[in-house]
Write a protein that binds this ligand. Structure first.
Ligand code: C5P
Length: 397
């Protein structure tokens, strides 16, 4: 049901911009509120007046329009909608998005938003196939940006190939899917991810090799199923996905505080690789090497965040899921860990260096529940995340 939804539509500068006028009409027919944003190049293809007339609302063009800032700041504008749609998404807009630029209203909104983003690319076939565009596309998809099209066909420039913007009904179907009531709609799920950094002094820290890729993929898969995700992440290599509530922390103690401060969750997934120890006598200043004595680091154990939450007497999330990264006897160790920590499920994996899992793109996991151990075939971390999200959806339904 699209009626009552609000879409921020960014119209980029491409010949397909004329289709965006029809997109506005069709969306409004379905009861969707559309707020258009026209880029400078977009305004070369469609007029502000026609967009404004069709959407029956004010359109936005300039980042430095002070009247707009007084009425509605760009941050608010980026968050007021349920979804941001970029149609047409030009090669230049995609590059700006992938690079995190914020030098005009459209790119600033895209960087500032906490909502999902759907792009409908449109460009010449050579531009679409260019390595840089394909690289940007992969980056954007990795960031959780949804993509519809482009299609293959005759192009306005006379060439033939891939790069035609998706047709309006296709874009509407993609919007429908993006806004659809997923199986986890309205469920609050907490996910921890990434490593923690435990300071030795202001410039040095203890860390581990976790990239945060699996936790990020899980948060992305849950959000795609409609869950409200609180994503508590240490300093990871991969960026957090779009459409989740990101809480950034550095240390294990900060992670515990952030987890405890999060709204009550129905499911809590602890995918973070939390450091086991912190340095009690961390230097307030950079520790100097004097060529004589070696600094003696005094370590103390970090709080076990998973066990703390799993063993809570009050307010325990009904489904608590831990991870077990092991290098040998994976199932036996993980089964024991499940009992020790008091969690409901354990996702166990073998992180021996020869598996290439830690920091890699793939994962091979065994899910341990009350029903026993179930080994899944090795697959991409995204596919593992989707399967886990599916199992969670079944468990909470
Ligand atoms: O004890 P171990 O680190 O192997 O347990 C792994 C599981 O426990 C993971 O789910 C991890 O996120 C969680 N954990 C935690 N806090 C710690 C250590 C581990 O939440 N201090």
């Amino acid at each position: 049901m699209l009626a009552g939804k609000h879409i921020l539509l960014i119209v980029g500068g491409g010949i397909a911009a004329f289709k965006s006028l029809d997109l506005v009409r069709r969306l409004r027919e379905k009861g969707v509120q559309v707020t258009p944003v026209l880029t400078r190049a977009g305004a070369e293809f469609v007029t502000p007046l026609s967009l404004s007339a069709l959407s029956a609302t004010k359109i936005y063009q300039d980042l430095f329009d002070l009247t707009d800032e007084a009425e509605m700041g760009h941050i608010e504008l980026s968050r007021a909608a349920d979804l941001i749609v970029v149609a047409p998404a030009t090669a230049d807009l995609m590059a700006k998005m992938a690079g995190g630029h914020a030098d005009d209203l459209a790119s600033t909104l895209l960087l500032a938003t906490d909502k999902g983003v759907l792009i409908a690319p449109s460009m010449n076939v050579r531009m679409w196939e260019h390595a840089s565009t394909q690289r940007n596309l992969a980056t954007l998809q990795g960031d959780g940006v949804l993509v519809v099209g482009p299609n293959e066909g005759d192009m306005a420039c006379g060439e033939y190939g891939s790069g035609r913007m998706a047709e309006v009904p296709e874009i509407i179907a993609a919007i429908d899917a993006a806004l659809g009531d997923g199986p986890l709609k309205g469920r609050h799920i907490l996910v921890t991810s990434g490593p923690t950094h435990e300071p030795i002094d202001p410039v040095r820290y203890i860390a581990n090799r976790s990239s945060g890729a699996q936790g990020t993929a899980i948060a992305k898969a849950l959000a795609a199923m409609g869950a409200d995700v609180t994503f508590v992440t240490g300093p990871a290599d991969v960026p957090p996905p779009a459409g989740v509530n990101v809480v950034r922390i550095e240390t294990a103690q900060e992670m515990l505080r952030a987890v405890e401060a999060a709204p009550p969750a129905e499911v809590a997934i602890f995918a973070a690789a939390v450091a086991d120890w912190h340095v009690v006598n961390a230097g307030a200043q950079k520790i100097k090497k004097d060529g004589d004595t070696l600094p003696a680091l005094e370590l103390a154990e970090n709080p076990d965040i998973l066990a703390t939450i799993a063993q809570k007497q009050e307010g325990r999330p009904p489904l608590v899921i831990g991870f077990a990264a092991e290098t040998n006897d994976v199932v036996a160790h993980a089964t024991a860990k499940r009992a020790r920590k008091g969690c409901d499920w354990i996702v166990a994996n073998d992180v021996s260096p020869e598996t290439g899992i830690m920091g890699g793109q793939e994962n091979a996991v065994t899910l341990i529940t009350d029903d026993g151990a179930e080994t899944w075939p090795r697959k991409s971390k995204d596919a593992v995340a989707q399967k886990l999200a599916q199992r969670i959806a079944e468990a909470v339904s």
